[in-house]
Design a binder for this molecule. Structure first.
Ligand SMILES: NC(=O)c1ccc[n+]([C@@H]2O[C@H](COP(=O)([O-])OP(=O)(O)OC[C@H]3O[C@@H](n4cnc5c(N)ncnc54)[C@H](O)[C@@H]3O)[C@@H](O)[C@H]2O)c1
Length: 382
């Protein structure tokens, strides 16, 4: 298939591009280095040095014999994106090209506006470029489990049947995000749903939980092919921060009571999920929503697991609760349905002790690059 990957330089975009190319698809990636620039602007550079996208594609081609076409350009600029979509004519378009950090979006007006304009602008342009030039193309859009928030009822897979005064209708599940970034993803879903039902596009919206891990079949070939690994308070996930704190010998910092529960998945499973979605295209005029995670834990459970494995490896790992910089429930009900991708054939890779140990070993290789000043919260919601 001809696959266009937007955000192809990112944590998920680059491994997806290699995976798809290795499977024999014709792959084009587009990115404007927004992530690299924001990381530099906020002193949040990745732990592991990354060659630029052209260089990554060259190294991958030398290792695998497979080509990945690279376009450096802004998806929020319609004329630029339109040209790529028209000329490449993808059969599937995987849309990762967004500003994905909650803390960045809560930093101040400029960051909030940049997040809003970029994310909504890119999604709006994707919709129009597909509608105008490749209306049969399957759009696979990365949403987030954060769209749902933490409601006091079970989270369904995208939709909820509502009975009101004796009548019934299926609606998008009510969403109440906790950051501006997550709210842009809610708005993305609403935009997609409007254009799907009005113009008959075909869209899969993958509500993904936090992803962890660096190791994929292709990234393991050469250290220079590893995805980005951020461990700071703005772009790093709790998993990445804890791994780096464990290696650096500073306490793992749990925000508040640590009962915040989320559904997580291994990066290998993101690749599987996106492939499964692509191999089972939805009908025209249908918005398919799938909850994309494999297991759920609280932040306290995560800290306990990483400290237990780290201590068994001879590291000196402790855990400390600090004042929560965010506005969020620290103890709550959480039960999210996630059977759709399992029904399509997903075979999960769970966060076992061996997986945690191998992530710690990878971080230990780059121990000298760690700057612990980047980890403590620099952005507060209040
Ligand atoms: N990584 C996770 O844990 C996770 C969890 C849930 C959802 N997601 C979603 O998955 C997608 C990818 O996330 P990621 O972790 O790979 O983030 P990332 O920041 O590493 O990758 C996104 C890439 O898109 C690029 N980009 C952003 N705006 C662009 C634009 N206007 N034009 C061209 N390129 C642009 C960035 O430069 C970056 O390389 C995002 O939409 C994110 O919301 C990620």
């Amino acid at each position: 298939m001809k696959i266009l990957i937007l955000g192809g330089d990112g944590y998920l975009g680059w491994p997806t591009a290699m995976d798809m190319a290795a499977k024999g698809h014709e792959v084009c990636v587009m990115d404007n280095y927004l992530r690299r620039n924001m990381a530099q602007e906020t002193c949040s550079e990745a732990l592991i040095p990354m060659p630029n996208l052209h260089e990554r594609a060259r190294i991958f081609a030398a290792e695998s014999g497979k080509t990945i076409d690279v376009v450096i350009g802004d998806c929020a600029d319609y004329r630029v994106l339109e040209r790529v979509v028209r000329d490449f004519a993808p059969e599937a378009l995987i849309h990762y090209a967004e500003q994905p950090s909650g803390p960045y979006s809560m930093r101040g007006f400029d960051e909030a506006k940049r997040t809003f304009d970029n994310n909504l602008g890119a999604t709006f342009n994707v919709i129009w470029a597909v509608k105008e030039h490749v209306p049969d193309c399957h759009i696979i859009k990365l949403g987030t489990m954060g769209e749902y928030g933490t409601p006091n009822i079970d989270i369904e897979e995208g939709w909820l049947n509502v009975e009101h005064k004796g009548r019934q209708q299926k609606f998008l599940y009510p969403r109440q995000a906790g950051t501006l970034y997550h709210t842009t993803k809610v708005l993305d879903t609403d935009l997609l749903w409007f254009y799907v039902r009005t113009y008959g596009l075909r869209v899969t919206d993958l509500m993904q939980g936090p992803v962890y891990g660096l190791s994929t079949e292709q990234s393991d070939i050469n250290q220079q092919l590893l995805p980005n690994f951020h461990y700071d308070d703005i772009f790093g996930t709790a998993v990445n921060r804890f791994l780096v704190q464990a290696v650096a010998g500073v306490p793992l910092t749990v925000y508040g009571k640590g009962g915040q529960t989320r559904g997580y998945l291994n990066i290998r499973d993101t690749l599987q999920c996106v492939s499964l979605a692509m191999e089972t295209p939805v009908e025209k005029g249908k918005l398919r929503i799938l909850n994309q995670f494999t297991e759920q834990f609280s932040v306290n459970e995560l800290a306990e697991r990483i400290s237990r494995v780290g201590n068994a490896m001879g590291l000196n790992v402790t855990v400390e609760s600090i004042d929560n910089p965010r506005k969020e429930p620290e103890e709550h009900y959480y039960n999210a349905i996630h059977s759709g991708l399992l029904d399509l054939g997903l075979e999960p890779h769970y966060m076992t002790d061996d997986v945690i140990a191998s992530m710690l070993e990878q971080v230990m290789t780059y121990r000298d690059h760690i700057d612990v000043r980047k980890i403590m919260p620099r952005v507060r919601w209040k």
